[in-house]
Ligand binder design. Structure first.
Ligand SMILES: Cc1cc2nc3c(=O)[nH]c(=O)nc-3n(C[C@H](O)[C@H](O)[C@H](O)COP(=O)(O)O)c2cc1C
Length: 132
């Protein structure tokens, strides 16, 4: 059964553009190779991430992410096996969210999953990331 983890964190103080790009690019490359889906976005000093895929793969990746000193104050929102990947209906590959439009599309997708309380929770957490 696929495993899903979602968290919000604070990016390290002084993290510059190049360092952020390095995280986003590495994440996209590694996750695509390992068929890990989900989303990663960075805004106003916060990261929001969902990683989904094979349980062993996800749990060991999360152990690495948790000790990465480029962020801290990790607040875990979800960490559980799921029948289906949560973002399966949104995208099969991993997405780096770079624009407000991409974020709005995700919020719409979450609104469509009305029956899910997790979707509501993620929606509430993501809403403040929209800046315009
Ligand atoms: C906020 C944040 C999210 C990250 N997400 C991922 C991820 O989804 N996949 C990944 O491979 N690395 C991610 N990383 C980087 C890992 O912590 C770690 O540096 C990387 O996986 C090491 O990859 P390597 O073993 O190929 O060098 C993330 C780092 C940060 C700070």
């Amino acid at each position: 059964m696929p495993h899903s983890i979602c968290y919000v964190s604070n990016s390290a103080e002084g993290l510059n553009k190049e360092q952020l790009e390095a995280i986003l690019n590495k994440t996209y490359t590694n996750n695509s190779l390992k068929e890990i889906s989900g989303i990663l976005l960075h805004s106003m000093g916060h990261f929001f991430q969902v990683i989904e895929g094979d349980e062993d793969e996800i749990l060991s990746l999360y152990e690495k992410i948790k000790v990465d000193n480029r962020h801290h104050n990790i607040f875990e929102v979800m960490n559980k096996p799921r029948e289906k990947r949560f973002f399966e209906g949104y995208a099969t590959d991993f997405k780096i969210i770079r624009t407000s439009q991409q974020l709005k599309d995700i919020l719409l997708y979450l609104e469509g999953l009305k029956e899910s309380s997790t979707a509501d929770k993620l929606h509430r957490l993501l809403q403040p990331f929209i800046i315009d």
